[in-house]
Design a protein around this ligand. Structure first.
Ligand code: ATP
Ligand code: MN
Ligand code: MN
Length: 363
């Protein structure tokens, strides 16, 4: 049991996992500006400095109302002088620094290239340094080799660069569920990621599969992929088999991908109504992620895949720094003892935290 320290009503925690962040953002003008700065730093490989702007934006997203005066930022955590300056300038229209970035050729090109599935900041930078600026220029450069993922990324660019709607996500859930149940009638499928946090649109649809029998999690993904192939609805698949070891302690690394079996797919989703007459195509390509953890780790995987990335980062940091425990997508450890969890409420309780609902995790 932990002693609950009572804070004044106005105090905002520096940890995102102690804030309730809904999609109702009252400070969008400021958070958009801060996120442009963060993105610009990320695209040039400066993850550290970028995080400061991401954290500042996240704090503002959790506020119950719009900031009115500059002084109101004085009592907020994670707002350094650079973030405060941007907020001040954004208040009177737009910040010239933000405008400068949005017009910057390097930023624009890097953003364009890294919007392709399979193209990360390194590849984008490589292409930029070769003098490439557009997709057309990239196509006509024979020395630029594309891997399988990037080839699919370009092939389906038009569709997968469009946001996926909640309606499309629900239609996909029915398809995924049907395949999963056909392979294993006792398995269940849940939507995770941004849609579980209540978002209306996403860049993909994330699903987590729960299998009640030990070992089933390793066979389900290959079988589901096989079924999608036979249904002719799979446009691309990258299956990453589990490298998960039950005995391994959690990692300290925040951005480490987990070791569960997962797959990154591009699926064909049939349009409900009208047919795209020009293309003569009655489907849309959609990015889909599936993850299948072992049952005893399901709740940790669900929490991890629900995000947001910043919320989870702070939850792990809080566990380590405030509670001396280790949390990642696989487990929570107190010293060398694994703490089981049947529900997400259990995990928050293990950490002595008030429960935060998925729709309040949009940090
Ligand atoms: P969007 O609506 O844009 O898809 P999102 O929050 O769903 O936003 P995703 O990139 O789909 O973003 O990621 C969903 C969650 O899954 C995030 O919390 C992320 O940390 C986690 N995640 C994504 N890819 C992996 C991976 N390879 N290994 C472990 N966790 C991952
Ligand atoms: Mn997602
Ligand atoms: Mn995803």
């Amino acid at each position: 049991h932990y002693i609950q320290v009572t804070k004044p009503e106005s105090a905002v925690s520096p940890y995102a996992c102690q804030r309730r962040t809904t999609l109702d953002n009252h400070n969008k003008i400021f958070t958009d500006a801060l996120e442009v700065l963060a993105e610009n730093l990320e695209l040039s490989g400066n993850q550290g400095p970028s995080l400061a702007f991401r954290k500042a934006a996240s704090v503002l997203k959790s506020l119950p109302a719009a900031l009115r005066r500059q002084e109101e930022t004085q009592h907020l955590p994670c707002l350094g002088e650079h973030s405060r300056a941007i907020i001040e300038i954004s208040e009177c229209g737009s910040s010239s620094r933000v405008e400068e970035i949005l017009n910057d050729e390097r930023y624009r090109t890097m953003k364009l290239f890294s919007s392709v599935f399979g193209v990360g900041p390194k590849t984008a930078e490589n292409w930029f340094c070769r003098g490439l600026r557009t997709f057309a220029e990239r196509m006509s450069e024979p020395s630029v080799r594309l891997n399988r993922m990037q080839t699919a990324g370009f092939l389906f660019y038009e569709d997968i660069s469009k946001p996926v709607s909640r309606t499309e996500a629900s239609a996909l859930k029915i398809i995924v569920e049907e395949a999963v149940i056909c392979v294993n009638p006792s398995a269940t499928v849940s939507i995770t990621g941004g849609f579980r946090r209540g978002k209306e649109f996403g860049h993909d649809v994330d699903f987590i599969i729960k299998t009640p029998e030990a070992g089933q999690e390793d066979v389900i993904l290959p079988a589901v992929i096989k079924r999608f192939k036979s249904q002719n609805i799979l446009l691309y698949s990258d299956l990453q088999e589990s490298t998960f070891d039950l005995r391994k302690l959690p990692t300290h690394c925040f951005d480490a991908m987990d070791h569960f079996g997962k797959c990154f797919l591009i699926m064909k989703l049939k349009h409900e109504q009208e047919m795209d007459a020009r293309a003569g195509k009655d489907w849309k390509a959609v990015r889909v992620d599936l993850v299948a953890p072992p049952l005893e780790r399901f709740t940790y995987a669900l929490l991890g895949w629900t995000g947001s990335t910043l919320f989870l980062r702070d939850l792990r940091r809080f566990a380590r720094l405030e509670r001396g425990k280790l949390l990642d997508n696989h487990a929570l450890y107190d010293k060398n003892t694994f703490l089981p969890a049947n529900t997400e409420e259990d995990i928050f309780a293990h950490l002595g935290l008030e429960y935060i609902e998925p729709w309040q995790r949009n940090a």
